[in-house]
Write a protein that binds this ligand. Structure first.
Ligand code: ADP
Length: 371
């Protein structure tokens, strides 16, 4: 019998899954359900076999997860799911480490939904579904904010009256599981850099930077929500807050403003073509070129800012879909930083799912020792 962990990344319209063997952390299976909320399709990557695809008769989160678990049961009776590990975008002030989810914890996490309205409710829908469908497996939550906990207050407060900080209105930062994975890779492969000053650029549909020193997050570009900092696929990034109050006064309600800033802005808004960097790189439209130039400029400006936070820069690490694959974006950023003293440039693939499996394993081992 193989003890296994099922790692889930539940979004509004997709559920991505990977199962890992606990002992070796080898990936056993991976796949996704796309089209949740409309026409759900289940896809699984099978070793040495063509990809499996199936339309689902129901398209809610619970049916999607039921299909994943049925697939695992059918696929190999030899696996025993010890835990289902959920990616949760916001842990707020309280959740600075992975936790075994209890009904009380789930309530606390629901209370954080206004801080990540387009992500947190879907992450929690995944937890609610798994506790009904697989009640024997523990639910473990890993947080995108956790790696940034414990930064100096200078880096995590807004210039607002103190009471707002005390109410939790502060810079949490995100993509922490990715940054933690990169810090771990550096520790294993480049201990010289792991001990130094490193800026990691996580450039995917969501994008942020993290200034890391000695394996710890010192500063990061995202704030209380996942909107701040770099412009992204369809998110605006740093914006004059006066624009938001202006939009409010001109008649948009909070949901409409959220939709504009999360889904219609960034590369998509600037180009009017796409949120997708590969598409924009392939386009000859000047608006695509402008959007990418803007993206590169902002990344370089923010890298310089993170360098100030670190007091220097030994290496700039690119990761995630754009960081790993889009050489013209990397080259554009490095060109704009030519004025700075020499630093190394690295590309390291991220693996948030494996990082979650590592955390879950540690938590289960700790619980076994304590029990
Ligand atoms: P998510 O945040 O959704 O996980 P990813 O990390 O998968 O996003 O990154 C998606 C982005 O990576 C898209 O903008 C996509 O165009 C870009 N990308 C992926 N592969 C390439 C490639 N070969 N060349 C250029 N851009 C790429």
């Amino acid at each position: 019998m193989i003890d296994a962990l099922l790692v889930l990344n539940t979004g509004s319209s997709s559920l991505k899954f990977q199962a890992f063997a606990r002992e070796t952390l080898d990936q056993l299976i991976a796949g996704k359900v796309l089209g949740i909320g409309s026409a759900a399709v289940f896809q699984a990557d099978m070793q040495d076999q063509p990809q499996l695809q199936r339309r689902l008769s129901r398209s809610d989160h619970e049916s999607a997860l039921a299909e994943v678990i049925n697939h695992i049961d059918r696929h190999d009776e030899n696996w025993r799911l010890n835990a289902i590990v959920h990616r949760v975008v916001h842990g707020g002030v309280e959740f600075t480490h992975p936790v075994v989810v209890t009904p009380q914890i789930l309530e606390c996490l629901k209370a954080l939904s206004p801080l990540a309205p387009l992500h947190q409710p879907h992450n929690l829908a995944g937890i609610a579904a798994s506790s009904r469908i697989a009640p024997d497996a523990l639910d473990i939550a890993c947080f995108d904010t956790a790696f940034h906990a414990g930064r100096a207050q200078l880096f995590e407060c807004f210039a607002l009256p103190r009471k707002f900080h005390d109410q939790g209105i502060r810079r949490y930062g995100f993509h922490g599981l990715s940054y933690e994975w990169i810090a771990r890779c550096l520790q294993n492969d480049r201990p010289d850099l792991a001990a130094g000053k490193v800026v990691v650029a996580h450039l995917g549909n969501g994008a942020s930077l993290c200034a890391i020193s000695g394996g710890r997050s010192v500063d990061t570009t995202m704030g209380m929500t996942a909107l701040d900092g770099l412009p992204m696929g369809s998110r605006c990034g740093a914006l004059d807050p006066g624009v938001v109050t202006h939009l409010d006064r001109s008649g948009l309600d909070a949901n409409e403003i959220d939709r504009l800033l999360y889904e219609e802005s960034g590369l998509k808004g600037l180009s009017g073509i796409s949120n997708d960097v590969a598409t924009l790189l392939a386009s000859t439209d000047p608006a695509a070129c402008f959007a990418l130039d803007y993206f590169i400029l902002k990344i370089a400006q923010f890298v310089a800012g993170m360098t100030v936070s670190l007091g220097g820069l030994d290496a700039l690490v690119f990761t995630a879909g754009i960081g790993e694959n889009a050489a013209p974006i990397r080259d554009g950023v490095v060109d704009r930083l030519m004025f700075m003293p020499t630093f190394e440039t690295l590309v390291i693939p991220t693996n948030e799912e494996k990082m979650m499996a590592i955390h879950a394993n540690e938590l289960l081992e700790h619980a076994a020792c304590a029990g």
